[in-house]
Design a binder for this molecule. Structure first.
Ligand SMILES: [Zn+2]
Length: 654
């Protein structure tokens, strides 16, 4: 493959340098204004010690040691050595033309330029000297070749460099030089203009939306610009012309910075810490490790092999993008496309650094600029695309949120409506209840008033009733009294017949009760021993002394002692005899009482005797009741007259 490229390069270079026939002399034909200095058009002498002077080099000893350029490496192999380039030129043009030799690499540290037999250099320049030491204020090294028509001139260049810079040179005459300057500076102006616009634009975006990815992108573009400014020499020409020592430093540091900012930006762009955390951690380690080794090599070790460390981290980042694209992250494709441009141009740069110049021409030298512009543009677009995707996602999320909020708001308003309805219902209910309560209260008040009124009426009625009842009671009592009085009066008025009398003393029991009450009205006292304690006797209404056991019947010591007929009839007989003052015939009495006349006669004798004794008593009252006769009897003769009484009884029975 490499050989194929070499072959193609040879063909292309042989095409561009028409008329280069002699191996050591460059014959410039007419009508040629510009030509690329191919390796077969110059010779090279490596001065390992770096001590040879122009005089030594011209001497036949050293002159023979010059080797044609196409037989040796076309770049500086040993940084300690000095390299002499010899160019023999023959211009076929008759008219005098001014030719200019341009060294395309601006990193050569020290350059001396001699023509023909000069013992002192016509120009002393290099990147180790301030910019204003240059014969022409141009980013590359430019030397004026004095070429007389149809004459052969020899030019010597002594080159010494810390980096393995290539012997790339170009010849132009004055007719095309101005055009070339204009075109080259114009294109570079456009290139840096694009970068500047990208920086300012993305910086503004960052300031507006505060998305950190833009800042990383700006850092990447800036370090990218620094690499180019260092590479093409414009940085030295315009930014640090008085500080040549910065050239080497920036040349060493800028690519490391580019690697760091690029991976820093790419990892965030691809979201690799989230999408592929494990692999991302490895990418990070490799990038940091490579950067450290590169800095160490560029500033301390200076092995010149540092660039071999670049492919690994870049390839890992590229593979990261591929993996993430496979996982469905669409902007990663744009990233890969953009990266591809740079990858190709970086490959070209690596080839150039290695001294392989088969593909080196104006286009390939600036291919990297084009690639980077393309990359930066595509990345900017990808960045915008990604931010747009993020924004779209955000907008979608917001729309969903708004939808949810609307839904919630709707639900809330429904709830509020429901609550209002409930409130209304409640109010209505309250009003109804209040009205009902008021009505009920009014009813209750009315009822209680009615009840109170009724109560008052009842109390009044009660009072009236009480009055009436007491009146009735009084009336009753009066009536009772009147009745008794009337009956007693009737009895006393002697108008009482036996039927009416029987109502007062209806039977034996009533008569005995009356008699016992009358007899013991003032308390009991035994007639035999005078004892006052008693108990009931066997006979009704008889009392027995608890001491001597003497039994006294109700009729004993009364008019009715030993009476052989009904005590009721006897009571009536006493009543009739008392009422008629003893003037009542026994015949009449016998008829009324339905008793034998003899019985009636003997009993009436007994009563009239008692009446007579009563009339002679000291406490006698003419108006006294007939009952006062009942206990008046001949006490002394009771026991003694018992047989007599029995005899009487016997007679009465007869
Ligand atoms: Zn007694």
């Amino acid at each position: 493959m490499l050989r194929l490229w070499l072959l193609l390069g040879l063909i292309s270079s042989s095409l561009t340098s028409r008329g280069a026939v002699h191996e050591d002399t460059l014959h410039i034909t007419t009508n040629v204004d510009e030509l690329f200095l191919t390796p077969d058009s110059y010779s090279v002498l490596e001065d390992a010690t770096g001590r040879l002077s122009i005089r030594d080099v011209r001497s036949s000893v050293w002159a023979r040691r010059f080797v044609p350029g196409n037989q040796v490496a076309t770049n500086i192999q040993h940084t300690a050595a000095a390299y002499w380039l010899r160019l023999t030129l023959h211009d076929a043009e008759q008219a005098e033309r001014h030719w200019y030799l341009e060294l395309l690499d601006s990193h050569i540290n020290n350059i001396l330029f001699y023509q023909d037999d000069d013992s002192f250099p016509r120009a002393r320049t290099g990147s180790n000297l301030p910019f204003n030491s240059r014969p022409y204020f141009y980013k590359n090294f430019l030397f004026r070749l004095q070429v007389a028509p149809n004459q052969t001139h020899t030019y010597y260049l002594r080159l010494q460099s810390d980096s393995k810079t290539a012997f790339l040179a170009r010849l132009r005459n004055e007719t095309v030089l101005a055009n070339h300057f204009q075109r080259e500076y114009g294109l570079l102006g456009i290139f840096y203009g694009v970068l500047l616009i990208m920086v300012v634009y993305n910086l503004c975006i960052y300031l507006f939306i505060q998305e950190q990815m833009y800042l990383r992108y700006v850092a990447y573009v800036l370090s990218c610009s620094l690499v180019f400014l260092s590479e093409d020499g414009l940085g030295f020409q315009y930014l640090w012309p008085a500080l040549p020592w910065l050239n080497q430093l920036i040349n060493a540091v800028a690519p490391v910075l580019l690697l760091l900012t690029f991976s820093y930006y790419a990892r965030q762009f691809l979201d690799s810490p989230e999408r592929l955390p494990h692999y991302d951690a490895w990418v990070r380690r490799v990038v940091l490790g490579s950067a450290a080794l590169l800095l160490l090599d560029a500033l301390v070790i200076r092995s010149g092999l540092g660039f071999w460390l670049y492919p690994l981290p870049y390839t890992m980042v590229y593979y990261l993008a591929v993996r993430i694209y496979q996982r469905g992250f669409r902007p990663a494709l744009l990233f890969l496309v953009a990266h591809s441009f740079v990858a190709i141009s970086v490959l070209l740069l690596i080839l150039r650094k290695l001294g392989i110049h088969t593909l080196t021409n104006t286009f390939t030298v600036y291919s990297m600029n084009v690639a980077f512009v393309l990359e930066i543009a595509v990345l900017s677009y990808a960045l915008g695309d990604k931010i747009k995707a993020i924004k779209d996602a955000t907008i979608r999320a917001q729309e969903r949120l708004v939808k949810q909020l609307r839904k919630r708001q709707h639900a809330q308003s429904q709830l509020v409506d429901q609550l209002q309805q409930n409130q209304q219902l409640k109010d209505q209910l309250n009003t109804d209840l209040e009205a009902q309560v008021a009505r009920r209260t009014e009813e209750l008040r009315y009822q209680s008033e009615t009840i109170a009124a009724q109560n008052r009426e009842l109390i009044q009625a009660n009072r009236l009733l009480a009055l009436q009842s007491s009146a009735i009671e009084k009336l009753n009592a009066e009536l009772q009294h009147d009745l008794q009085q009337a009956q007693e009066a009737r009895v006393l008025s002697r108008e009482v017949d036996f039927g009416a009398f029987s109502q007062i003393y209806p039977d034996k029991e009533a008569c005995l009760t009356y008699l016992a009450e009358l007899k013991w009205a003032n308390g009991y006292r035994c007639r035999r021993c005078g004892h006052e304690k008693y108990c009931d006797g066997r006979e009704a209404h008889s009392l027995r002394c608890t001491k001597c056991r003497y039994v006294e019947s109700a009729t004993a010591y009364t008019l009715f002692q030993k009476c052989k007929f009904s005590i009721v009839k006897a009571f009536y007989a006493v009543f009739l005899l008392h009422t008629h003052h003893g003037n009542y015939s026994s015949q009449e009495l016998s008829r009324i009482l339905d008793l034998r006349q003899g019985t009636c006669w003997s009993f009436s004798q007994k009563v009239t005797d008692a009446m007579r004794r009563r009339e002679h008593a000291p406490d006698y009252d003419e108006q006294e009741s007939w009952t006062s006769l009942l206990l008046d009897t001949n006490e002394t003769g009771v026991e003694d007259s018992l047989p007599e009484q029995d005899k009487t009884h016997q007679t009465l029975s007869l």
